[in-house]
Every structure is written in structure tokens, then in C-alpha cells.
Design a protein around this ligand. Structure first.
Ligand code: FUB
Length: 326
């Protein structure tokens, strides 16, 4: 299968990709060179700014433009550390960048920054979104009702296990064995795009009998939610974290439940796997990252793209994460 490294000049990861004004815009995390501090808390991911990239043409071949720094944590009033995976949505000619960032108490919150152009620069709101927590943002603009739905959540360093019913727990709780796995969250955004319009709801990934996937299932949700629509169905895709897969599940509305369908990408080089899926000029593409160019250093990742194919009945054909099994 043909794949392309998009931006060999720098280490970037977690590509959230959208088509705005007929052009592909990529909103990646900006990885930083540092001595290895790799641990399960994600302390190796210390990103401090983000750039916007764009492509006008076939993403497998057309030039990739770096529009430069679009947001810097030095300009975010409530910033602590670690600017992780963001996503961008357009409404009425304004662009809203949603980003997870630790506050000064080392708690992940979700912030919003606004721009008049898709490449920024983005100006951060003074405070995080009220009631927000955890990481890994995806925004769906639903053509069915015109609303915007924000998905978020990630385990371990992403802190999702610290919450239940949208309230902080005194003691984090990670389900085990046959217990239902922890779900991602979905919330409708307010009309001004700056707050949640409701309480976030759990996004259940269920098997064909409607049972939530178990905590010990290698296909259960871990982080990196992404939602796209295909033939009127909602495709919820995500990373399984410690089993290193990208998987997908299909539902009938933005909140789910989503019925598990299969794997999209087998393990890549590097611990994390994270992606987005778009249609552009009649073809479908998977954007993701791996750590092969950095020799497998998981905190130095590189952006990749390849074509994605559906079967006639709407299944996604699995893609190999590497040319050789890992
Ligand atoms: O880039 C930091 C974290 O690594 C992301 O939030 C996760 O999805 C994983 O890719």
C-alpha cells in the first residue's frame, strides 16, 4: 500500500484534518526533542505550540505548506503544560480551535482559541470550557441537524479514569477484566461555539448484541476519538492505546451507541497511534502518525497519509501499520 510521510522537516503527530474552502488543513501536535522520560503518564509529550499545515491537491503528492505557529501556550492565560491533540471547526467564517492542556494544577482542561482564517493565528479564550476535562478532541459538524458535537477523552495520562458522571473522583477508577470499558464522551457545543451546551454523554462502543466492549478487550476505546459520516452513518474511530490499534464502530446518531466493526490500522512503529479520516475530491484518506523516522522514539512522531477504502457494504478495509509486522 502506498503511504506518504507528509512533513519530514519536523516531528508532528495526532493529525486532525478538515477540508475548509476546498483545501486540506492539518491540525497536528508539535512534538519536542527531549531526553527520554517515557512513562505511562505521558510525561514525554511536552508540546508547547502548534502549527497548521495545508495541502491544495492530492494529499499523496501535492506540496504541504507550513503556515507557521498558530498557537503557543505562552499566549494561553490559564496554561500549565502539555498542549496535546487539538481539532478545528468552522462556523460563519470563524475558526474555532479546541485543545487539551494541563492547567496549573496539572489537570487537563479543554480550551478554545478563535481565528478568522483556518491557518490562524488563534487567540485563546481567557478560561477553559466550563466542565471540561481529559484530552483528544474531535469536532463533528453534523449536516443532519447543523449542530457541532465535540468528542473527547483518553485513559492513563489523559486522565479520563479520574471522572465518572462528569465529576472528578476522589480515587481514579480503571475498569478491569469483564467490566465495561471506559467510554469516550460526546457533547453538543453552544451556539457561540465557546462552551458545552449540555452535560457530556458517554459514547458506548458495543458488540453486535449491544453489550459494551469489556475492559480487557484489545479493541476497547482508549483515546483519539474521531467521527466522520459515510452514507448517512456515523463512524466512530479511536485508538486502543496499549493494544496499539485503530478501530471503528458504526452508529445512527452522533451520541451512539456505536456497534464495533473492526480494525482500521494495525500497530505502527511507536507506542501511540492516532488518526483522522476525510473525504477529499471523491477519495477517502487516513491521516495518522508513526515513530519510524525517529527510530521508534515514541515522543518524536511523523505525519503520514494513505488512501482508505470501503467495501460495498460500508466496511473499512484494514490497513497495515507497517510494511512488516511489529
Ligand atoms: O500526543 C499526545 C498524546 O499521544 C495524544 O493526546 C494521544 O492521542 C497520543 O497520540
Amino acid at each position: 500500500m502506498k503511504k506518504r510521510y507528509l512533513f519530514p522537516d519536523d516531528y508532528m503527530a495526532d493529525p486532525s484534518v478538515h477540508v475548509f474552502n476546498g483545501r486540506i488543513y492539518i491540525y497536528p501536535s508539535h512534538d519536542i526533542q527531549l531526553d527520554n522520560v517515557e512513562n505511562d503518564n505521558g510525561d514525554q509529550y511536552v508540546m508547547q505550540d502548534m502549527h497548521v499545515l495545508s495541502i491544495d491537491g492530492d494529499p499523496m503528492t501535492a506540496p504541504v505548506i507550513d503556515h507557521g505557529k498558530a498557537l503557543d501556550i505562552a499566549d494561553i492565560p490559564w496554561a500549565g503544560r502539555q498542549l496535546w491533540d487539538c481539532d478545528c471547526a468552522e462556523k460563519d467564517g470563524r475558526y474555532f480551535l479546541y485543545f487539551p492542556l494541563k492547567d496549573r494544577n496539572d489537570i487537563f482542561r479543554i480550551g478554545v482559541a478563535v481565528a478568522s482564517r483556518p491557518e490562524g493565528p488563534f487567540i485563546a479564550e481567557p478560561d477553559p470550557i466550563r466542565g471540561s476535562y481529559s484530552i483528544d478532541i474531535c469536532v463533528l459538524h453534523d449536516d443532519a441537524d447543523g449542530e457541532y458535537y465535540l468528542y473527547f477523552g483518553g485513559l492513563w495520562g489523559g486522565q479520563l479514569q479520574r471522572y465518572a458522571d462528569n465529576k472528578a473522583l476522589e480515587n481514579p477508577y480503571l475498569p478491569e477484566g469483564a467490566e465495561p470499558s471506559l467510554p469516550s464522551r460526546c457533547v453538543r457545543l453552544s451556539k457561540d461555539m465557546l462552551q458545552f451546551a449540555e452535560e457530556p454523554r458517554p459514547v458506548q462502543v458495543v458488540d453486535e448484541e449491544g453489550r459494551p466492549l469489556r475492559a480487557d478487550d484489545p479493541h476497547r476505546f482508549f483515546e483519539a476519538s474521531w467521527v466522520h459520516k459515510y452514507n448517512g452513518k456515523y463512524y466512530f474511530s479511536y485508538s486502543t492505546g496499549d493494544s496499539h490499534l485503530l478501530c471503528y464502530a458504526v452508529g445512527d446518531n452522533p451520541y451512539g451507541p456505536f456497534v464495533f466493526k473492526g480494525e482500521i490500522l494495525s500497530p505502527v512503529v511507536g507506542w501511540t497511534t492516532h488518526h483522522s479520516i476525510i473525504e477529499y475530491r471523491g477519495k477517502w484518506y487516513l491521516f495518522h502518525h508513526d515513530a519510524a523516522p525517529s527510530g521508534g522514539r515514541s515522543w518524536l512522531r511523523s505525519l503520514k497519509v494513505c488512501e482508505l477504502t470501503y467495501t460495498p457494504d460500508g466496511h473499512i478495509l484494514p490497513i497495515p501499520g507497517t510494511d512488516t509486522p511489529v
